[in-house]
Design a protein around this ligand. Structure first.
Ligand SMILES: [Zn+2]
Length: 78
C-alpha cells in the first residue's frame, strides 16, 4: 500500500468540493448549501442582518434630527 494510492482514494472519495458556509460540511461545488436546513439558516441570518442595518440607519437619522433641533433651539434659550 503506497501513500499516493491512499491520496488518490481520498481524492476519488471527496472529489472537488466546497464547504457549506453555515455548518462547514463538505458538499458538491455546484451547491451553495449542504441542505435545506442550512439554506433556511442562511436566509434567516441575512434577514436579521438587514433588520439590524435598518435599525442603525434609523438611529443615525434620529441622532441627526436631535442634533439639528438642539442646535436650532438652544440659541433661543441662550
Ligand atoms: Zn450545512
Amino acid at each position: 500500500m503506497s501513500q499516493s494510492s491512499w491520496k488518490d482514494q481520498i481524492k476519488k472519495k471527496w472529489g472537488p468540493h466546497s464547504h457549506c458556509p453555515i455548518c462547514g460540511k463538505a458538499m458538491p461545488t455546484d451547491k451553495k448549501f449542504c441542505g435545506q436546513v442550512c439554506k433556511d439558516n442562511y436566509f434567516q441570518q441575512e434577514r436579521k442582518k438587514k433588520k439590524k442595518g435598518r435599525l442603525q440607519c434609523i438611529f443615525l437619522i434620529v441622532m441627526l434630527v436631535v442634533m439639528v433641533v438642539v442646535t436650532m433651539i438652544l440659541p433661543l434659550f441662550g
